[in-house]
Ligand binder design. Sequence first.
Ligand code: NAD
Ligand code: MG
Length: 393
Amino acid sequence: MSGDTRKISIFGATGSIGESTLDLIGRDPQAYEVVALTGGHNIARLAEQARQFNAQVAVTAHESRLDELRDALAGTGIEAAAGQGALDEAACRPVDWAMSAIVGAAGLEPGLRVLEHHGTLALANKESLVCAGPLLMATAQAHHARVLPVDSEHSAVFQGLVGEDIDAVERIIITASGGAFRDWPLDQLADATLDQASSHPNWDMGQRITIDSASMFNKALELIETKEYFGVDPAKIEVLVHPQSLVHAIVGFNDGGMMAHVGPPDMRHAIGYALHWPERRALPVERLDLAAIGQLEFRAPSDIRYPALRLAREVMAAGGMSGAIFNAAKEIALDGFIAGTIGFMDMGAVVEEALDRLSADTGLVHAAFTLDNVRAADQMGRVTAQEIIDAGL
Ligand code: NAD
Ligand code: MG
């Protein structure tokens, strides 16, 4: 804490999670001093946010957009910066709390910098844990900094564990809506279009995570995220399809009791919990009327419909840099689907083939958990997945 205000930064401020975070901050602006806000191509929105919250610095990831950002902030006294170096510099500015809401492996390094400078890291960027869980958690420990989960399922588990002993946990169940194609006949999935994959039945999120929800790659990443964050045996982690998206996770204990976290599908709950932790404060989210909702359904996910879940289990068993390879190959496969180069079901095939090809390289997979080695594995995952796509699968 710095005086009465808390210094905060938001990495990925212009995205879905970033906007929801600023929505909460904006309801009590005098409680916060905004240090850095970062974004990508949406310069107009980034400048608008920086002005509204009087940020110290606004950073776009794209160097070519610096002049535009400078012009948009002219006369405000707010610094404008661009590119990876600027992002890194912004992440080194000390804060009490930072939101990690960049999408993809690009979110890892700013998060590490925040932790190195002793800031509390609210982690929406699950890819950080998938690529480099041991590195991220060790960095937090070494600098006496804290990582707080923001992914709704992980926030739910975290809340379910308050006052509990992790050794008494028998199982952790994370739920999945099943995404856009939950009820589609299997033989039609190969022809699913980008538009169809980009609309989620329950959550309003960025496009990439929405498509990952339809393919269940999002839940695959979350399985690994659960293992890395809570340090539990993968055999204890389960996925249930829950179409209503109201029960976010369930923690099962050794006495047979299960604690379910129930709440509206609104990320401001999990963001607000991480923002105010260890307190609970009132949040502007819907209060559920369970009598009107009537039913909560659960079913086991199909491995045929969702090969991503099987791949995540294989990645957890292999360990090491497999998570970084898996995530990188998934990012390239997703790029391919968005660009129309490959079909919806090809994404799983590309990732599986990339993992197969690289798993033989034990030097790569079982390298020590350093940032350089994670970067190398990420790069190999990307190159290999792209080769597979270019060769026509
Ligand atoms: P989004 O696409 O809406 O926003 C992403 C943000 O990151 C934007 O500000 C964008 O400009 C920035 N960005 C993108 N690529 C970048 C790069 N290479 N370098 C620097 N900045 C970059 O994404 P989102 O839906 O807000 O998701 C953000 C993260 O939170 C993801 O890791 C996602 O898995 C996770 N998450 C999101 C939700 C949700 O409801 N949206 C829920 C749980 C977890
Ligand atoms: Mg989630």
